[in-house]
Design a protein around this ligand. Structure first.
Ligand code: AHR
Length: 534
């Protein structure tokens, strides 16, 4: 293959495509020939922050207790109570950050309940999630131990809803101060000499709902106040993340941004959006779904990109220099709980459909990496769209299809985004009023290392897709492709069949005069790693 330059543009854009200069949807056009994904390998764009591959662990169901933490006395191999197999699996994903302790739980969490000797820690009620008793055996020290075992970075979410400014201020002091201040001394008395690093701190959670049912203006005032007292101790630089909007509540983003200026005490605002087959009221089954629900789910997943674009457009208006980041710190599928499980524990299976929801999200994240600085899938273990499911009886661990998407896409972390233009020979169908191209793609490059990574999703439930990767600007000297799919759209992994959905080499790949020709199986996700010459 030889280096070529971009000579053709897009053939007409489909669907709603822009607010100002920011596209709302993938750049997709028509072609008379076979499907093509056009990539200029020599035009690197924004760096895709590794933090877009972030995670979230709440005191909810079996995420912390039984998922991450089993206690020292467990038969499951552990380090100071933290499951070794879970740590090993997540280290392999290079997870960049972990948000804790909630979620809704954050706004009723009082951190001093979770320090000191375990036998002295108070028992409290987790009123949001199952109304169960929380014994506080997993607290600040256990979380920071987990962060260190994972080799990741801490995103601690503070309590605005039922906590005080002083409580929040003391928590960051306890975590990060080096000298003999009262909180640093208390930390030492509890066995930790060195301060920890806490690069991310959340100022409440969903303050429009479970975090206090506040109005936007009222929360904005509190966010300014609380953020001010999240101090930077001992050189710990902290990104304070104000609790942002739910879905399309643009007024909330407007309120948080409208007085953005040099004295804004928070550096980022969040956004939450979950994906359902239909709606919040009618979430749908994780495993028993029709083709119609397959497509409606994927159209709903594609909406996340539109939301990111619209919230970003508001932020662009008040903060054209992009000093304030957008953080999608809760995203993913939310299905009806698995039959027979506690409705308050949000335990659900994870199929090929979840994998495609994840890959579609990542394509959108890569396109908006100029404003989107972090994203956290909800949640890492045993809750909602998890990476890992553990059996409550045997303790057996299963990696989900979503885990494999994170693994296959890990090469995008901190790489430079490349535009990936998708040209399709067919009319694009509308689903839920939104154009849903059945091929999605994104790409990134590490120019200095001479590598690029292309992600491809075939959203068709039943048709394979042959496409040409039209690679321009650099020669390609080698390639390696991997594919993830299953026997059906609802295929999933269990302790009995842990590899029903697992990545395998993609062999349907041939050299082509424009680059490479690839055939994707129905309902599949694939990555192509390219080695680049000049
Ligand atoms: O992730 C589950 C819950 O969803 C979180 O606790 C809350 O923030 C959101 O409503």
């Amino acid at each position: 293959m030889t280096a070529r330059t971009l000579t053709t543009g897009l053939v007409g854009a489909l669907g709603p495509t822009s607010t100002g200069t920011r596209p709302l949807a993938p750049r997709t056009g028509r072609t008379d020939g076979p499907a093509r994904v056009v990539i200029d390998l020599d035009l690197p764009g924004t760096t895709i922050s590794r933090h877009l591959y972030g995670h979230f662990a709440e005191h909810l169901g079996r995420c912390i207790y039984g998922g991450f933490f089993v206690g020292e006395d467990s038969e499951i191999p552990n380090t100071r109570g933290i499951r070794d197999d879970v740590v090993e699996a997540l280290r392999a994903l290079r997870i960049p950050n972990l948000r804790w302790p909630g979620g809704c739980f954050a706004d009723e969490y009082h951190w001093k309940d979770g320090i000191g000797p375990r036998e002295d820690r108070p028992r409290v009620v987790n009123s949001h999630w199952g109304d169960v008793v929380e014994d506080n055996s997993f607290g600040t020290h256990e979380f920071m131990d987990l962060v260190e075992l994972l080799g990741t970075e801490a995103y601690v979410n503070g309590n605005v809803g039922s906590g005080t400014v002083q409580e929040m201020s003391e928590w960051i002091e306890y975590l990060t101060r080096a000298d003999d201040s009262p909180m640093a001394a208390l930390r030492r008395a509890n066995g930790r000499d060195e301060p920890w690093k806490v690069p991310f701190f959340g100022i409440g959670n969903e303050s429009w709902g479970c975090g206090g049912n506040m109005r936007a203006e009222d929360y904005t005032a509190l966010a300014r106040q609380y953020s001010t007292f999240v101090r930077e101790h001992a050189g710990n630089q902290v990104t304070r993340i104000a609790g942002g909007a739910n879905v399309d509540d643009y007024g909330w983003t407007e309120a948080l941004m409208k007085d953005a200026g040099p004295h804004l005490p928070y550096q980022a605002i969040s956004l939450h959006n979950y994906t359902f087959a239909h709606s919040w009221e009618e979430k749908g089954s994780a495993r028993g779904f029709s083709d119609e629900e397959w497509y409606s789910t994927l159209a709903n997943a594609a909406r996340t990109e539109e939301l990111i674009a619209r919230h970003s457009t508001i932020m662009d208006r008040y903060d054209p220099q992009k000093k304030v980041g957008l953080v999608l710190d809760e995203w993913g599928t939310w299905w009806d709980v698995e039959p027979g499980t506690n409705p308050g524990f949000l335990y659900q299976q994870n199929t090929v459909r979840d994998a495609l929801v994840a890959s579609l999200h990542f394509d959108g994240f890569h396109r908006h990496a100029d404003r989107l600085i972090m994203a956290n899938i909800a949640q890492t273990v045993n809750v909602l769209q998890a990476m890992i499911l553990t059996d409550p009886d045997s303790g057996a661990l299963v990696l989900t299809p979503t885990y494999h998407v994170f693994a296959m896409n890990a090469g995008h972390q901190d790489a430079r985004a490349l535009d990936a233009h998708v040209l399709l020979p067919e009319e694009v169908a509308e689903v839920n009023g939104r154009a849903l191209p059945l091929l999605s793609a994104s790409a990134s490059v590490r120019a200095e290392e001479g590598t690029a990574l292309v992600s491809l999703s075939n959203l068709s439930a039943d048709e394979p897709r042959t496409l040409v990767l039209d690679l321009r600007g650099r020669t390609v000297t080698g390639h390696e492709a991997t594919v993830l799919t299953g026997a059906s759209t609802a295929a999933h992994n269990t302790p009995e069949q842990p590899d029903a959905v697992a990545p395998v080499p993609l062999t349907e790949l041939r050299e082509h005069e424009l680059g490479l020709e690839v055939t994707l199986p129905p309902h599949s996700f694939a990555t192509v790693e390219l080695r680049l010459g000049e």
